[in-house]
Structures are given as structure tokens and as C-alpha cells.
Design a protein around this ligand. Structure first.
Ligand SMILES: NC(=O)c1ccc[n+]([C@@H]2O[C@H](COP(=O)([O-])OP(=O)(O)OC[C@H]3O[C@@H](n4cnc5c(N)ncnc54)[C@H](O)[C@@H]3O)[C@@H](O)[C@H]2O)c1
Length: 288
């Protein structure tokens, strides 16, 4: 096997939750380009049908679009049935679905309604647990698998403006560490990918919508996710080896394409001996 073959995923079956929009759409496309059969699984049926139709044109016969809600187990079970009928196996699960772009950043940690708090927990953390558990029977028999949980740089920095969201991302790092020892003996690695504040299409749309609403009400634009450190505040480098500077080392906007290389690495045989880890991809904002 050549070193480039280490990154190929021919004949593998990859599930990408939240795979029809935002950054997830780039993960779906990247995995398909690397040879995988890709299940584009998302709560937005229109986006599922548009993204899977577009990817199907480029990768005929290798894309399956499924509408799911990661908080509803029966929809995940239905997805697994469809995958079983089509390919009979799952090799890679990318737990990317989350509530982020649509969340309103606040000026303090306080005042989050219980319902919103619980919903963010249910989607961002319980959804990862449920989706992985439901996919496991089709993964186990393969003896080789990958689970990639999407965390965030805010797992390490916290966020006054998005306290519930940041808490779920800290939990994603920890859940990754709990799953890895259980799945390692089955040949399945579990790692987390922590993006920094990334200008995904959904983040840009939400930011524009909020700015338009504020302008219509004669108010200044509210803080929005996806700027700087990802919580509406200027980026700040922190962590054990941090330099204390107030910006990223690589001083430019993070875009979805910046995340695809690490996602492919963690999904492919190239990362065979890596498990339980979290890789921060944020241009050098936080030193993990
Ligand atoms: N954009 C950023 O700055 C940033 C930074 C760090 C981490 N992240 C994480 O990356 C992931 C993608 O972020 P994004 O910028 O594309 O934001 P996003 O909010 O647009 O992405 C969420 C995706 O999940 C889907 N989704 C939402 N609820 C769902 C549910 N109940 N079931 C299934 N799918 C559901 C959405 O339709 C969407 O496709 C999220 O987990 C987010 O927390 C994003």
C-alpha cells in the first residue's frame, strides 16, 4: 500500500450526520471524493435531497440521502435498516449534527430557557451517543471502524455567550474518551475533531439574517456564532503552551475546507493507531 492509499476509503460506508448543510456537506463531499459510499443524514429533508442529488451526479451509486433526527432513535434505526439493505455494513460514523448556527449568542451565560438548554444537550451530545450506539451492530462485524465526533475549540475555552453549547462540546471530548476504550478491542477507533470558529454557509446565512433583523429594528448587529473564536468574541489563544496573543497564529478566517483534511485522516487507515484523541483545527488559537 502506498502512503497515498492510506487515505483512500474505497468500498467503505460512511455516515455523516448533519451531512447535508454547513460544514457537514463538505465532510460528505470529501469522503465521497476519497472513495467512500456516503450516507448524507440530516434533519432538513430539502437539504438532504438537494445535497444527495448533487453528490450523486459526481459519485453515481455511492450516495444515500436519509432524513433523520438524532434526538429520535427510531429515525436512526430506520437509517441503519436502509444502510443494511443497501450495503450491509457501516465503517465510518461522523457525528457532526449539532445546534450551532441557529443559536443566538448571549451577552452572559445566564438567561438560557430550560427548553433551549435541554434541546442543545439532546442534539449535540445525546445525539452522538444514540447514533453511535445504533450504528454499532453494522460496524462491529467489520472489525475495522471509525467514529469521529465533532467537538469545538469552545470545549477548551468555554463561552460566556454560548454556555450550553460550549458545555456540550466539552462533553463531546469526554464522551470520545469513554467510547474509545470500549470500541478499541473491536477494531473501531473513536476520535474528536474540534474546529475553531468557521465561516460555514449556515453560519453566514444566520449572521446575515440576524444583522437584517437588527437593522430593521434600528439596533446594532448582535453577537453571532462563527466569528473569531466561534462564540462572537475576538479569538484568544489559550492552553498549556499558549503564547497569550489575542489572535490566531494563522491570521485568516477559517473555512469548511480547512477541516476536511483532518476529517479524512481520522476516517481513513492513515490514523489506524490513533484513538481517544481530540484534534483541534483552528489555525493555532488554542494549544491542546
Ligand atoms: N461553524 C463553526 O464555527 C463551528 C465551530 C466549531 C464546531 N462546529 C460544529 O461543527 C458542526 C457543523 O457546524 P456548522 O457550522 O455546519 O453548523 P450548523 O448548525 O449549520 O450544522 C448543523 C447541521 O446539523 C443538522 N442538524 C441540526 N439538528 C439536527 C438533528 N436533530 N438531527 C440531525 N441533524 C441535525 C443541521 O441541519 C445542519 O446540517 C456542528 O456540530 C458544530 O457544533 C462548528
Amino acid at each position: 500500500m502506498s502512503s497515498l492509499d492510506l487515505f483512500r476509503m474505497d468500498d467503505k460506508v460512511a455516515v455523516v450526520t448533519g451531512g447535508a448543510k454547513g460544514i457537514g456537506m463538505f465532510y460528505s463531499a470529501g469522503l465521497a471524493e476519497a472513495g467512500a459510499n456516503v450516507v448524507v443524514a440530516d434533519v432538513d429533508p430539502k437539504a438532504v435531497s438537494e445535497t444527495s442529488a448533487r453528490l450523486m451526479e459526481e459519485h453515481p451509486g455511492r450516495i444515500l440521502g436519509v432524513t433523520i433526527d438524532v434526538t429520535k432513535r427510531e429515525t436512526l434505526e430506520d437509517m441503519v435498516k436502509q444502510i443494511d439493505a443497501r450495503w450491509g455494513k457501516i465503517n465510518i460514523v461522523v457525528n457532526n449534527a449539532g445546534l450551532y448556527a441557529t443559536l443566538q449568542s448571549r451577552r452572559s451565560p445566564w438567561g438560557i430557557p430550560d427548553e433551549e438548554f435541554d434541546r442543545v444537550m439532546a442534539v449535540n451530545i445525546r445525539g452522538i451517543y444514540a447514533c453511535t450506539e445504533v450504528c454499532l451492530p453494522l460496524m462491529e462485524k467489520e472489525g475495522w471502524g471509525r467514529v469521529i465526533n465533532i467537538a469545538s475549540g469552545l470545549a477548551f475555552k468555554g463561552s460566556a455567550g454560548l454556555a450550553h453549547y460550549a458545555a456540550t462540546k466539552g462533553a463531546v471530548v469526554n464522551l470520545t474518551r469513554s467510547m474509545a476504550p470500549a470500541l478499541g478491542p473491536l477494531g473501531i477507533t473513536v476520535n474528536a475533531l474540534a474546529p475553531g470558529g468557521t465561516e460555514s454557509p449556515t453560519v453566514l446565512e444566520a449572521r446575515q439574517a440576524r444583522a437584517a433583523e437588527a437593522a430593521a429594528a434600528g439596533q446594532p448587529a448582535p453577537p453571532a456564532p462563527g466569528r473569531g473564536s466561534g462564540d462572537g468574541q475576538p479569538a484568544q489563544r489559550r492552553g498549556g503552551g499558549g503564547l497569550g496573543s489575542a489572535q490566531r497564529i494563522l491570521d485568516r478566517t477559517e473555512v469548511p475546507e480547512d477541516l476536511v483534511g483532518t476529517l479524512i485522516y481520522l476516517s481513513s487507515p492513515a490514523s489506524d493507531f490513533v484513538t481517544g484523541q481530540t484534534i483541534v483545527v483552528d489555525g493555532g488559537t488554542y494549544f491542546n
